[in-house]
Design a protein around this ligand. Structure first.
Ligand SMILES: Cc1cc2nc3c(=O)[nH]c(=O)nc-3n(C[C@H](O)[C@H](O)[C@H](O)COP(=O)(O)OP(=O)(O)OC[C@H]3O[C@@H](n4cnc5c(N)ncnc54)[C@H](O)[C@@H]3O)c2cc1C
Length: 541
């Protein structure tokens, strides 16, 4: 006989509702009731929702919860995301490269990057191994209007309104047995053994549980305020701590297409995201308050967008990059912004909340000894956090920009974390390949204890498990940022042939217009997007 454990999710942002929906589906849908799940959220504290981009792992939670893709896209103003287009990151002179989600394989051994390194680099690396950068530049959909008959399906994620996603999950979960309280938590009551016993609310409720999920956002009501679990600050490696956000409604400005990718354009003191939704574009200038004031950042992003942005409302979102010393302590687990945050350059916020829910379902207690489960959960979350941190750190530290104080600062050696430094040093000797992700003990990497990574009490450095960013993603960024340019001159001389584009990339692109409709046409026909008059055709940024 399985014991049903009471789980109380405190906080109803996207992290809280993803956790509630996922746990309910993963633990209770086979006829066993392992968890009795409730969620309490304050009517007084707004959730964060900026217009989010995701990574393809989002399809996992949709599948587990049983959400139909087209229905989902209609509900969350969703559009396809096939890539991130990085503009102005290397020199600040209009150059760009893509980090696409799909890549073709040339054969049983992948030597595509070796060929590219030996070439004159006259075609960007990603365009030689993937059809997706050009599919993106043509603003085409990731799906056909009819059934797919275009070879291996393209990988994609979505751009979405995360507030509507939380509402959708709330509706589904409450219909399937999750209890929902709209009430403000005012107090946390402790048990004698040091566990959390219950939370008390403004409405006079006392909500008991066996497990409490702290999903209360950056304020971390349970984990930080009550249990006193500290925050490990990582701003040394990622300087940004603010975003000026803005929405550009299509009613006011529709350029005539919907980009099937996220754009990240480097500005003077950070970068701006452009996330296309079905009814608007979301913009956010992620910047460092040490280098630009909020007022100047707002002026800069309005200038970037153009004259039609002069009258748009804007909002400042302040954030901190780092993680809880431990995400699971006693009977409390911090998920979402209460547990960690890395700036949104690779769209990993919702992913890491989702991962925490997946890991909790897998480590869900059967008995009363939570400590071994918490140890593993914390280890996995720390691994993944630092995996993301390294990857994002790399986008900044490889820049050759020196036009502003900000870009000069991010290039300084102390802004490069030592795990990433060990990787880059090694890759200057041997370019990245799958073997590098088998084990992360690279030459010259400090082992015990690592200055960055892990959590107190765990003396092994975190490792990349290659489930998120493998060598293919590293190659996209590294070669997009012209990594190994000098080394290749030395290895292969300066007189080199043009790059080879993989045969299956050329084949795909030769018929792409017959197969894939424009992205906005697909959205209008399948996902219910409105029909907007074109205001002005704006060239690519
Ligand atoms: C600038 C920025 C850009 C981002 N961009 C992306 C992106 O592109 N892609 C992506 O995947 N992610 C992105 N994210 C992250 C994503 O938005 C968050 O991870 C996500 O919103 C999860 O937030 P949350 O649920 O943890 O917190 P919140 O949304 O802050 O929710 C907190 C919840 O706690 C409740 N609460 C607070 N106090 C109490 C109380 N006393 N009693 C009861 N309830 C309470 C609130 O009512 C709310 O429901 C971004 C985040 C930021 C800051």
């Amino acid at each position: 006989m399985i014991k049903t454990r009471k789980v109380l999710v405190v906080g109803g942002g996207s992290a809280g509702w993803m956790a509630a929906a996922y746990l309910n589906a993963a633990l209770n849908s086979d006829g066993m009731r392992r968890a009795d799940i409730s969620l309490v959220e304050s009517p007084d504290v707004p959730r964060i929702g900026v217009g989010e981009a995701t990574i393809p792992n989002i399809n996992h939670i949709l599948a587990v919860v049983g959400i139909d893709q087209h229905d989902f896209m209609r509900r969350v103003d969703g559009t396809f995301k096939q890539s991130i287009r990085y503009v102005n990151w290397l020199h600040g002179k209009g150059e760009f490269y893509h980090h696409p989600f799909s890549r073709q394989r040339p054969g049983p051994i992948d030597r595509a990057s070796e060929f590219w390194l030996r070439s004159d680099r006259s075609i960007p690396f990603s365009e030689t191994v993937s059809a997706q950068p050009i599919i993106c530049e043509l603003n085409l959909s990731a799906q056909m209007l009819g059934p797919w008959d275009f070879g291996r399906p393209l990988s994609y994620a979505y751009h979405m309104n995360a507030l509507k996603f939380a509402d959708h999950l709330c509706e589904l979960s409450t219909a399937r047995g999750v209890s929902h309280y709209l009430d403000h938590v005012t107090d946390v009551e402790m048990a004698e053994n040091g566990d959390i016993a219950a939370v008390k609310t403004k409405g006079g409720r006392r909500l008991e549980a066996d497990l409490f999920l702290d999903c209360t956002g950056f304020q971390s009501l349970l984990m930080e305020k009550k249990l006193g679990v500290g925050w490990v600050d990582c701003s040394k490696w990622l300087l940004n701590d603010r975003a000026v956000t803005m929405h550009v409604p299509y009613e006011q400005h529709f350029p005539g297409y919907v980009r099937p990718y996220t754009t990240a354009t480097a500005l003077s003191s950070g970068w701006v995201w452009e996330i296309p939704l079905q009814d608007k574009r979301s913009l956010g200038y992620v910047h460092s308050s040490a280098f630009i004031s909020e007022e100047d950042a707002e002026r800069e992003v309005r200038r970037f967008e153009g004259s039609h942005a002069a009258s748009l409302d804007s909002r400042i979102v302040r954030f901190k990059v780092g993680h809880r010393e431990k995400a699971w302590v006693r009977n409390c687990i911090a998920i979402g912004l209460a547990g960690n945050f890395i700036e949104p350059l690779e769209s990993t916020g919702l992913y890491i909340s989702d991962l925490a829910a997946v890991m909790l379902a897998e480590h869900f207690p059967r008995g009363d000894d939570y400590a071994p489960l918490a140890f593993r959960f914390n280890r996995i979350m720390a691994n993944r956090f630092y995996e993301i941190l390294d990857f994002i750190n790399m986008h900044f530290c490889l820049t050759r920009r020196s036009d502003t104080e900000y870009w000069r600062e991010v290039r300084r050696p102390e802004r490069l974390n030592e795990r990433l430094k060990a990787k880059l040093d090694y890759w200057r000797v041997k370019p990245p390949s799958p073997a590098d992700f088998e084990d992360q003990l690279l030459p010259n990497q400090p082992v015990n204890p690592l200055p960055s990574g892990g959590y107190p009490g765990d003396h092994r450095g975190p490792i990349d498990t290659a489930t998120l960013w493998g060598y293919e993603s590293y190659e996209a960024i590294l070669y997009g940022m012209d990594f190994l340019a000098e080394e290749c001159d030395a290895w292969y001389g300066s007189d080199r042939p043009p790059p080879l584009v993989l045969k299956n990339v050329i084949e795909k692109l030769s018929v792409v217009h017959q197969k894939l409709p424009p992205h906005h046409v697909w959205l209008q026909r399948i996902a219910g997007m409105g029909d907007y008059p074109v205001t002005q055709r704006r060239p690519f940024a």
